[in-house]
Design a protein around this ligand. Sequence first.
Ligand SMILES: [Cu+2]
Length: 346
Amino acid sequence: MTQLTRRSLLALPVAGAGAAALHAAVPHRHPWDGEAAAAGGGHEGHGNGAGGGHANFRDGRTVDHRANGFDPHEILRDFDWGTTRRLPTGRVVREWTLHALDREIEVAPGVRFAAWTYNGRIPGPTLRCREGELLRITFVNASEHPHTIHFHGIHPSAMDGVGGLGAGEIQPGSRTVYEFEAQPAGLHLYHCHVRPLAEHIAKGLYGAFIVDPAGGREDADEVVMVMNGFDTNFDRANEVYAANTIGFAYMNAPIVAKRDELVRVYLVNVLEYDLINSFHLHGNLFHYFPTGTGTTPSEFTDTVMLCQGQRGILEWRFPQLGKFMFHAHQSEFTELGWQGFFEVVE
Ligand SMILES: [Cu+2]
């Protein structure tokens, strides 16, 4: 496994073969790389070259999404509505099954990470339902460690997915069912809540949980971004940062948006080890709905800051064609993977 040291990644210029190897292992772009590439019509053939000590996807190294079993581009719009049936009372019961699975995934080109996952992907499935439905989530622990699913939202104590309450910690080979009403409408999340908590979250056990208002929301091109990072050398600091796990994925292949169409981003921060994270949009501003629980935006801005567990809904339209960056406005996170492009088309 390639060993990475976060600080050495940021020390420029690169000195020595060891540091050069680290740079070769991690895609390392600057925002200005992307903008120059955009202006030049593509990433191919553009870059700092060997003299700059930088490597990136352009050098032919990419994450193997197929081997990982999930693709950040598919995760964007992959809403898991589960299966439904109606009780005699007419009430909708919505059900999912989540398995905790230990998986080694590639989080940056050539960088393997021994992950803990829900259903083999990070983030786990984006669970989506409607306010007032009865939710049943069967949790099967097929991992080698005890885990839970702790949902954010309103539910009984016994369904909280923490040790000592209800079914408590679910041992390897065991299962439980979490059952509660979907409330309140908004953007929530779920994650494992077994100690040591930082490790259980940082290893990959989390996902977005969307409760639609009973009346729905305005039609939009909706995408999910779960902001995360990976501590690949166990120093309790992240070496790579991303939205939806794979750094630079949306630089390589921008998220396509249509001019004047409403874009809605469900943004969740689960980043471990760093106190805050953020989302910044270029060339535009967005309406921000904290936790997605209200209908009046708290702000019209181009940057929001979130601590771990915070989330919100962002809405805007692109009036102009072209490529527009989005990224964390912690420059260090940006340079270590948390950046991408929207590409606005007719
Ligand atoms: Cu866990």
